[in-house]
Design a protein around this ligand. Sequence first.
Ligand code: FMN
Length: 380
Amino acid sequence: MPDPADAGRAAPMLFSPFALRGLSLTNRIVVSPMCQYSAIDGCATDWHTIHLGQLALGGAGLLFIEATAVEPIGRITAGCLGLWDDATEASLTRVVRALRLASDMPLGIQLGHAGRKGSSGRPWEGGQLVPPEAGGWQPVAPSAVPHLEHEAAPRALSLADLGALTQRFVDAVRRAARIGLQAIEIHAAHGYLLHQFLSPIANRRTDAYGGDLENRMRFPLEVFEAMRAAWPAERPMGVRVSCTDWVDGGWDLEQTLTFAHALKARGCDWIDASSGGVSPRQSIPVGPGYQVPFASRIRAETGLPVIAVGLITEAAQAEAVLAAGQADLVALARGMLYDPRWAWHAAAALGAHVCAPRQYWRAAPREQRELFGPTPFGQR
Ligand SMILES: Cc1cc2nc3c(=O)[nH]c(=O)nc-3n(C[C@H](O)[C@H](O)[C@H](O)COP(=O)(O)O)c2cc1C
């Protein structure tokens, strides 16, 4: 609990509530979506229950399920999660039911399509393109331009394909709604399909979906609009973007700002500010909080809620990002795998309260008996 010497000190922002449309978060900590490469034919497995289960006990304000493909060839790897038919929907329903026995942490899902980065090997198998004859598939993309020069080219999507694909996104939204998921993040970052449309590096189309910025934004915006219309009005929907390709002549922050304004006009509830992934030529100056300036600029210029992500690892660092008005929420990925109780430890460090399952209430440190709030625990 707070040191009496700190009396009068403002409550930490990291543990203040935040609302995304009709969804109330008890704090500003988000568990970032993390691929597990552990699905079977797109279906969630017991691994997902265990993995998401441990994270759901950790006190964060919002937990995102990993990048989930809207069609089989939209998976990054053969082990990626999908939400495209009754079987994939039933498998996720089972996981969510189990999570709900243990936690009422808000649950979101990231929906996306890998585009030309589909048919990759799992990271622990090397992560390279798997050709159809080795069990992979031919990926699709805005243009027949491979991710790496030596790779076979993806198939360029036709106009008819685009309409069908938008419907795939919409169908997945309906399934997510039925499962009871509370937030959707559209994956338009990291060099996957929607980012491929945005970036001039991957998008070489000469029709209405390529060329100038307005044309490159067209498909991602059409997808957003269609998904938003299919999602219950009170549930929030946001977008993860790569704010820059980190390549001269690629997608950059100025274009991201235009895209964010266009998303805002269509009812987007947040921007999750990431970067990179579309080109092997990227040069990323990785360091603590290295993507925070992007979040800050988007927040300042659009007024949209933003999630800052990327090497945010310390409670004081996260608190400083929020206190400086650089972001509304902070997301952690690797830090959460390393310490699934990161939010507990952050609450202890900042002198705040955090949710814990009652079965674990006795874990509160001696000096911070009220870490988990009022937690009566009788015994005889
Ligand atoms: C194991 C793992 C899986 C990831 N999978 C996804 C994903 O499904 N979708 C996504 O947008 N980002 C994914 N990322 C990126 C993270 O969400 C996050 O943006 C990135 O790791 C930077 O945050 P960090 O420094 O807190 O790890 C993944 C990262 C890791 C470590």
